[in-house]
Design a protein around this ligand. Structure first.
Ligand SMILES: [Zn+2]
Ligand SMILES: [Zn+2]
Length: 383
């Protein structure tokens, strides 16, 4: 035990908290430095440990840093150099990153290509959350990308090292409103699209890709000191020669937030069939993981519901099996299997199938699998 007034004093947690709450620190000058530092560490720890935010942080540190996670190697390796320019071919590279060859136009969504992710200010890639499944191809095996779509500025979707890696004179980055300022001059050409401002559509010449931003039910980044001008959050409809691809970066099922991304008092029901123009979509890229956070994400059942409402012929489920963003005890295990079960019950499991480039059909597009669009209206009528 310690003796009062010695250099090895320990302050009880109660004393520490009390001192912080009341800002009474007349004894500070009498405290030896080491004990004083310990006091502040204990006080801070106690304050942090009583908030949900810190419990989340502690769980994330435990799951990403302390618990040994063997890294999985994907079962498939895409070979984009073999993809034909008169077809629509895609491969999920993990999390929200999808490489698409849309009839000769190379598009990548929310590219995250390296080992770790994290907020640039706090961790950057050196200390951030580590992949649990490897990227299915080396980044330098990627083709020259024409268009990058950024759905919103959360660090699992906007990764500056990946954007810097892809940057080239011919690269166009499409990002939500108020996002260019975060890009740190990583590329020469950035277009901001925002459903909030009415600047929603962009026709890319000369390759004829048309990109339309629409509202998803999520939020963007609130920079310190600029809370009144947060960055936006988009879903995208990508069209070329009548082929339609929908990309939902992150979304909840109901509306929990207003147009700036601030939480509403009560969630509002959303009619997803009115989100787009009611036409069929050839491919819908839909997140299914991390649904514990219902204000920001959707469950596999809600993903199936949305896919029906916006008329998706093919569903590519994403946002799982790549980074641990939800502590495992709060996660839906194998959300892709849950989604497959729901679609099977509805006799719609064909929507998940991946028509592979080696002529086989996979029941689900796993990370790295190569899928080719078989226009569903034709293939359904042939079945
Ligand atoms: Zn997000
Ligand atoms: Zn996300």
């Amino acid at each position: 035990m310690t003796t009062e007034g010695t250099a090895t004093d320990f302050i009880t947690p109660d004393q520490a908290v009390e001192s912080v709450h009341h800002k009474v620190i007349p004894w500070r000058s009498k405290m030896p430095n080491a004990a004083h530092n310990r006091l502040w560490i204990i006080a801070l720890a106690l304050l942090l440990f009583t908030t949900g935010c810190s419990r989340y942080a502690v769980e994330m540190i435990r799951d990403n840093k302390l618990r040994h996670q063997p890294q999985l190697t994907p079962n498939h390796t895409p070979r984009p150099q073999t993809w034909r320019n008169d077809e629509v071919t895609w491969s999920w590279l993990g999390h929200a990153t999808v490489l698409i060859n849309l009839q000769g136009s190379w598009i990548i969504t929310d590219p995250v290509l390296f080992e770790r992710i994290g907020p640039p200010e706090a961790f950057d890639n050196a200390f951030g959350i580590r992949r649990i499944t490897k990227l299915p191809l080396a980044p330098d095996r990627l083709p020259a990308i024409d268009t990058v779509l950024i759905s919103h500025a959360h660090y699992d979707h906007l990764d500056l090292p990946s954007l810097k890696f892809l940057a080239s004179n011919n690269l166009l980055v499409v990002a939500p409103t108020n996002t260019t300022r975060l890009l740190d001059n990583v590329t020469s050409s950035v277009i901001e699209l925002g459903w909030q401002t009415g600047e929603q559509r962009y026709l890319k010449q000369p390759d004829g890709v048309e990109i339309t931003a629409f509202r998803v039910e999520h939020y963007g980044f609130f920079p310190l000191g600029k809370r009144k001008a947060p960055s936006g959050f988009n879903g995208y409809l990508i069209e070329k020669n009548g082929v339609r691809v929908v990309f939902l970066g992150d979304t909840s099922f109901q509306r929990h937030r207003n147009a700036q991304g601030f939480l509403l008092k009560k969630p509002l029901a959303i009619d997803w069939s009115k989100k787009l123009d009611g036409q069929r979509n050839d491919l819908c890229i839909i997140p299914i993981g991390d649904s514990y956070y219902r204000q920001n994400h959707i469950s596999p059942a809600e993903a199936a519901n949305i896919a029906g409402a916006i008329r998706c012929d093919n569903i590519l489920p994403i946002h799982y099996n790549t980074f641990i963003l939800t502590p495992p005890n709060k996660s839906v295990e194998n959300p892709q299997a849950v989604l497959a079960g729901i679609l099977q019950q509805a006799k719609e499991q064909y929507r998940l199938q991946c028509a592979n480039d080696n002529g086989k059909s996979l029941p689900l597009a796993e990370i790295g699998a190569t899928c080719i669009l078989r226009r569903s209206r034709q293939s359904h009528s042939q079945q």
